[in-house]
Write a protein that binds this ligand. Structure first.
Ligand SMILES: C[S@@+](CC[C@H](N)C(=O)[O-])C[C@H]1O[C@@H](n2cnc3c(N)ncnc32)[C@H](O)[C@@H]1O
Length: 243
């Protein structure tokens, strides 16, 4: 499967989930979303919600913040846009279809990046994490609510066996903590602040990562290649919501 096909099939899976997503995944992740939103607000400011989905968490942010939401699935974002309009969520600065692995924003654009139940869905999680680190400002935070798979044992075996099925549904079951730990160890400027368990079943974690303010990391020239700056500005200044 090519990388593009990988992203397309994830998008297709969530296009299919969109009409029933809130019903199926609304309550089960509610507490995790609340904890992640609270963690994001401790930094506050310009917040990017990666994989915002149907926008279930948007109303939970205080109005002093400005929230930008992006997702690879347009039908999920249509739901988010409806929610923004129905609930009058004026603190939502923009919603856009975008790939987490190729964020159309310049370096250091946000105070906080929030990714709730997304990292294990993208085809190349480490590439998405690189992008989060690139677009967050030094001293800002990356807040991740995530499923963490078993490293070994029976649960690990079951999770590996389930992969062909769950990949088609839009997520990985196999995703050991070592994937995060190895990424943090290898990404210049990334520093793990916290990992804490989240419900349900103890299979989920809240992960907080900061970008070292002293880091001289060359955050790459991807913004230029993706046209990041202008899109970020358009999203920030446009009075209408994009999707
Ligand atoms: C399990 S849902 C979580 C949605 C929302 N964050 C929540 O808490 O309900 C995963 C979301 O990630 C989005 N997604 C998957 N791969 C993506 C990618 N490469 N770029 C952006 N969004 C992606 C999906 O379309 C879906 O909306």
């Amino acid at each position: 499967m090519t990388e593009r096909n990988g992203a397309d099939s994830v998008a297709l899976a969530y296009d299919g989930w969109a009409p029933i997503y809130d019903l199926v995944f609304g309550p089960v992740f509610r507490e995790g979303r609340r904890v992640a939103t609270q963690a994001a607000e401790r930094v506050g400011g310009r917040i990017l919600e990666v994989g915002v989905g149907t926008g279930l968490s948007l109303a939970g942010y205080r109005r002093e913040n400005t929230i930008f939401g992006m997702d690879i699935s347009a039908p999920m974002l249509w739901k988010a846009r409806g929610r923004v309009e129905r609930q009058g969520l004026g603190h939502v600065g923009g919603l856009a279809v975008m790939d987490a692995e190729r964020l159309a924003f310049g370096d250091d654009s946000f105070d906080v990046i929030v990714a709730q139940y997304v990292v294990t869905a993208v085809p190349n999680p480490e590439r998405a994490l690189d992008e989060f680190l690139r677009v967050v400002r030094p001293g800002g935070e990356i807040i991740i609510a995530t499923r963490v798979g078993a490293e070994s044992g029976l649960r690990g075996t079951i999770e590996r066996a389930l992969m062909p099925v769950t990949s088609r549904l839009g997520w990985r079951t196999e995703f050991p903590w070592s994937r995060y730990a190895d990424w943090v160890a290898g990404a210049a400027g990334a520093k793990l602040l916290e990992r804490r368990p989240l419900p349900p079943l103890g299979h989920f974690s809240l992960v907080r990562i900061t970008k070292d303010a002293r880091s001289a990391k060359a955050t790459s020239s991807m913004a230029a290649s993706t046209g990041g700056g202008p899109v970020a500005q358009r999203m920030a200044s446009s009075p209408h919501k994009e999707s």
